[in-house]
Design a protein around this ligand. Structure first.
Ligand SMILES: C[S@@+](CC[C@H](N)C(=O)[O-])C[C@H]1O[C@@H](n2cnc3c(N)ncnc32)[C@H](O)[C@@H]1O
Length: 270
């Protein structure tokens, strides 16, 4: 069964995506540790969005970076490239390119990474095959995908809240975003893509906010649910915040909202 790829319009929301970066930074740290990149190595960041984790790596390599980030959304690429210019970073650039069809030579990258991209690809297996093709023999990769629907509470809450109000093709993209989370699936795809020496490990971290209002302000500021909001009649829009707030109640501890999220990290070599 094919999964509807109704992900947000990344091109349109590119300028607003960065409000999420502090919240997913721990995942970037796990990937960079697994990648273990050295100065001067040629590194590819797939689905690099507004530039992470590639930019963090470039800053750490201090003038010895050799990094390319690619993404299908022009807007995301522009935001990432603007950061390179603003910070006068060298040895890093971003280009518009689909992960499934890299216009890059075989066996040319020492390292490939991808944070929360693979499950969104139109064809994840083809994206992994391309990742394998461009890696040098012995080169390393590290990638993160979201786990199962019930372990991704924020999107799950949105899905439950919107689903009875909208036709299926406008539901929040819970199925697509968690499409790599089923036990064994990522392992099978990596094997089929040509990888043999790798591990897939479950990991967890918290989205942390000062309050539910703080969380909801972030959701609204990022326009991540814009398609869903725009499709609702005016009379329904005001109800969404309160209904999601009811789900969030159980996650308020000591006045803070802490929402656990699970993901999978795959790392290994060609
Ligand atoms: C959740 S964002 C992650 C961005 C960044 N890696 C990060 O962690 O901050 C997902 C990104 O995947 C990109 N994307 C989706 N499908 C893609 C594809 N087939 N090839 C390349 N990029 C893709 C989107 O445009 C979006 O920028």
């Amino acid at each position: 069964m094919s999964i509807k790829n109704n992900q947000p319009d990344w091109d349109k929301i590119a300028e607003k995506f960065d409000v999420w970066l502090p919240h997913i930074a721990p995942v970037g740290e796990v990937l960079l540790a697994a990648l273990d990149a050295k100065p001067g190595e040629r590194i590819l960041d797939l689905a690099s969005g507004t530039g992470e984790p590639a930019l963090t790596l470039a800053r750490r390599l201090k003038g010895h970076a050799n990094i390319l980030g690619i993404d299908t959304a022009d807007g995301m690429v522009r935001v990432a490239q603007a950061k390179v210019v603003k910070e006068r970073l060298t040895g890093i650039s971003f280009r518009c390119m689909p992960a499934e069809q890299l216009t890059l030579e075989d066996n040319t990258f020492d390292r490939v990474l991808c944070r929360f991209g693979v499950m969104l690809f139109t064809d994840p297996l083809q994206g992994l095959k391309e990742m394998h093709r461009v890696l040098k023999p012995g080169g390393r990769f590290a990638l993160a995908v979201w786990s199962t629907p019930e372990t991704m509470p924020t999107l799950h809450w949105a899905y439950e809240t919107f689903k009875s109000r909208l036709p299926e093709d406008l539901h929040p993209p819970l199925a697509k975003v968690t499409s790599m989370g089923a036990p064994g699936l990522l392992q099978d795809l990596l094997n089929e893509a040509g990888f043999s020496g790798f591990s897939v490990e479950p990991r967890a971290f918290n989205y942390q906010f000062r309050s539910f209002d703080d969380f909801w302000d972030t959701v609204e500021a990022s326009d991540i649910l814009k398609q869903q909001y725009d499709a609702l009649p005016q009379s329904e829009r005001g109800k969404i915040r309160d209904e999601v707030g009811r789900f969030a109640r159980d996650f308020i501890h000591d006045g803070q909202l802490r929402i656990p999220h699970e993901y999978l990290v795959a790392a290994g070599s060609k």
